[in-house]
Design a protein around this ligand. Structure first.
Ligand SMILES: [Zn+2]
Length: 340
């Protein structure tokens, strides 16, 4: 276990730093053991093998070999995907959605917010804080979300928008839970859902209402599998939506298989760039031997995932790092932790 953790820690460094560390250890060995020419050649061969052979093999083993395969999806499955923001469904499970559609399982994507408080996107457009600009952004993102999920094979009616405030789910959970005291969005300045063609227009921003909406959706859709945000995600909307979900399921006393996906976590994914040839694996701090599952994507599924991410374009025009982060989720697999 110590060795596995050590290798995993080394894998977190970029290839360049790993090579420098190994080279330094080898140089010290050569010096300490007083080796001469043959020793240097041997050391160089070991280093080459580590850098180009063992490193990659070891990386593959740690990244993929230690995760269980995601259970086979059946055509009788009904998969509910909870997305705190528009695009979370694509980056976390675009491959899984495509597979479910291919098999004939039912999929419903529920967006808690329209991601309408993305300040950089609004400022890139108008350089003001006009609430209408935030609503424009929300409407645009709803349209983009539909297009993105169509790329993955879903019909427009498979998307449900609740219209709750972006970056407000934590406030609704902890402070503005009662219907009498709704939360006011810092972006749109509304304290109720201002969007047309959403689940409940004018639904006020109270935690109780989000719970009521989720309850009715579960009663109507009757999911067998729920794909939910990870409780340890660093984004307050993500972890709060998970806690809303957990509250609902505990109160309803029903059994649904639950898998959690991670989006925001320190150094995750390790390299913030498009890197389609590598696997995604859980951060060390969250890793457990059994809990994590890997769903492997075909090349075609990877391509459509990238296309769908680029379809959600409005926020990508703002800062390059945001685009790089989203695209870094296009890997050979998608990972989920089973919630027991
Ligand atoms: Zn999100």
């Amino acid at each position: 276990m110590v060795l596995v953790n050590f290798l995993r820690a080394i894998k977190d460094f970029s290839l360049k730093y790993r090579q420098i560390i190994v080279l330094a250890i080898l140089a010290w060995l050569v010096w300490a053991l007083g080796l001469e020419k043959q020793g240097l050649i041997l050391a160089f061969l070991i280093w080459s093998f580590w850098a180009f052979g063992l490193g990659m093999l070891g990386g593959w083993f740690l990244a993929r070999g230690s995760l269980s395969s995601f259970p086979e999806i059946k055509n009788t499955d009904r998969i509910l995907i909870l997305a705190p923001h528009i695009d979370d469904e694509v980056i976390s499970c675009a491959g899984l959605i495509q597979e479910a559609v291919k098999i004939g399982a039912k999929v419903l994507v529920v967006y808690a917010t329209n991601g309408d408080s993305h300040l950089a996107s609004v400022l890139a457009k108008s350089r003001t804080f006009d609430p209408n600009d935030f609503i424009d952004l929300g409407e645009k993102r709803m349209a983009e979300a539909k297009e993105a999920t169509i790329i993955l094979g879903l019909k427009p009616e498979s998307s449900v928008f609740l219209g709750y405030p972006d970056r407000g789910l934590g406030q609704m959970l902890y402070k503005f839970f009662a219907q009498e005291t709704p939360y006011t969005s810092t972006g749109t300045r509304f304290n109720y859902n201002p969007y047309k063609n959403t689940y409940r227009e004018k639904q006020s921003y109270a935690g109780t209402n989000l719970l009521i909406d989720l309850n009715d959706i579960v009663d109507d859709f009757k999911p067998t599998i729920a794909i939910v945000p990870h409780p340890r995600d660093n984004h307050i909307d993500h972890k709060s939506l998970y806690y809303f979900w957990e509250k609902l399921i505990t109160e309803k006393e029903i059994f649904i298989k639950e898998y959690a996906y991670l989006v925001h976590f320190r150094l995750y994914p390790p390299a913030k760039k498009l890197d389609e040839d590598n696997f995604l694996y859980p951060p060390k701090q969250l890793f457990s031997e059994e809990g994590w599952y890997s769903f492997d994507l075909s090349l075609e599924q990877q391509e459509k995932k990238l296309k769908a991410i680029r379809q959600n374009a409005s926020q990508l025009k703002t800062i390059d790092s945001s685009q790089a982060l989203l695209e870094s989720f296009v890997k050979r697999n998608e990972i989920f932790e089973k919630i027991e």
